[in-house]
Ligand binder design. Structure first.
Ligand code: SF4
Length: 410
């Protein structure tokens, strides 16, 4: 790995697990494109990301116990200024294929210039989505203002089927009811909504109920996020690899019977699950998977179709993989995405180690690079939370043991 890849130091890293942005939404095995998702091919990912997450601030009034950002009440002094943020949006608009930019946090509403940024990015030809936190700063007028400024997507987190579960995650009473109101306000002004749910041991039994609740709300996509232990999420209880398969089964079922799209985030092995379920050969070229768009369109992964810019301009492969590959404004985000050695490695399925490196699904899956880094300290280590054992791995010499079993957690 290049010397310039350094983990962001304590206090300014890792980038946050805020509402929506927290889930690197739309980032991988999704189930259906919405009007605000363009069609991308794997070749496009070599030069342009599908999604860029810009953490406009780390300030947030919530204290979510699985916050990627370890968000704080006030903005950091080194936070990018209004002018620098506008310059960043202009730089992102120069990608050969313009990405969707998700303004995340922290709480984007803590930035007084938020509407100006949405408006500026829109004028530069970008499509922007926003992931505000459910706090008293959010109301119907604010949602309408986002729409008026040009936003074309709105992310809301819902981590429980009731106030007790959701509010206990968010650390503030009333958060559940406010989240539901935010979804309705967005629906009223025609802003497409993505609901993000983080799966933890505590809410595993409520997923089915959440799926049912969303049916009566103006929701376009349900993104189910699988925990990466970074930030405050280091102390959260992530589910077992076996439980992933149970959740995959539920997502697969829900994606076929709900009016909204369903996708996984930070669980690219959902694509393997869907392909096995549908008896699709692992050798199918990825573009053929477009035919499955209801279940699993082209897959993204950390650094592959996804990029993250922190509140201070640090450029990461994703919000959950806090290895800095450059810093805006000194470095060009386009150049970093296209040429940085870590980004290049992350887009090369053959660079992954252990069982993922010989897995027949590595081109469409490859495992979560962020989770591999969080658990093993190596972004090219195998996915820690996948039950699948590829045939090519089974026949290997016993001396070539899976590093997911031999490698010690950090
Ligand atoms: S072994 Fe790795 S590449 Fe294969 S399905 Fe599991 S996570 Fe994906």
């Amino acid at each position: 790995m290049s010397d310039k890849h350094h983990q962001a130091h304590e206090g300014s890293s890792p980038p946050g697990h805020g509402p929506f942005g927290e889930s690197e939404a739309i980032s991988e095995a999704g189930s259906q494109r919405t009007s605000w998702q363009p069609r991308y091919s794997r070749d496009d990912f070599c030069h342009s990301p599908l999604l860029v997450f810009y953490e406009v601030t780390r300030a947030c009034d919530l204290v979510c116990n699985h916050c990627r950002a370890s968000a704080m009440p006030h903005p950091a002094p080194e936070q990018l200024t209004s002018q620098q943020s506008a310059d960043l949006l202009e730089a992102l608009a120069t990608f050969p294929k313009r990405p969707m930019v998700v303004l995340t946090g922290g709480d984007p509403m803590k930035r007084p210039d938020l509407m100006d940024l949405i408006s500026h990015g829109t004028q530069k030809g970008l499509r922007l989505a926003v992931t505000p936190s459910p706090t008293p700063l959010m109301n119907a007028a604010a949602v309408a203002a986002m729409k008026e400024a040009g936003a074309c997507g709105f992310g809301v987190s819902l981590d429980g089927a009731n106030a007790r579960t959701h509010d206990s995650f968010r650390g503030i009473e009333g958060s559940y009811e406010l989240s539901l109101s935010m979804i309705r306000w967005a629906g009223e002004v025609g802003l497409p909504v993505q609901v993000n749910t983080t799966v933890l041991s505590e809410n595993l039994g409520e997923l089915q109920q959440i799926a049912s609740q969303l049916e009566s709300l103006p929701v376009q996509m349900w993104s189910v996020f699988f925990l990466v232990p970074v930030g405050r999420a280091r102390h959260a209880r992530r589910i077992s690899a076996r439980q992933y398969e149970l959740v995959f089964e539920l997502l697969y079922h829900e994606s076929r019977c709900r009016p909204y799209a369903v996708k996984s985030t930070e669980a690219p092995h959902y694509r393997r699950f869907v392909m096995q379920k549908m008896h699709i050969s692992a050798n199918s070229v990825p573009e053929q998977l477009y035919g499955l768009s209801r279940y699993a369109p082209v897959g993204t992964n950390d650094g592959r179709g996804v990029m993250f810019v922190s509140h201070t301009g640090e450029i990461y492969p994703s919000g959950f993989l806090p290895l800095s590959c450059g810093k805006f404004p000194s470095d060009s985000p386009v150049d970093v995405y296209q040429n940085d050695p870590l980004f290049l490695d992350l887009r090369d399925a053959d660079k992954v180690q252990g069982k993922c490196g010989v897995c027949e699904y590595r081109a469409v899956c490859g495992g979560s690079r962020a989770r591999a880094y969080a658990i093993y300290g190596d972004p090219l280590a195998p996915e820690p939370d996948c039950v699948y054992v590829p045939p090519a791995w089974q026949v290997r010499d016993a001396s070539h043991k899976d590093c997911s079993r031999t490698r010690k957690p950090k």
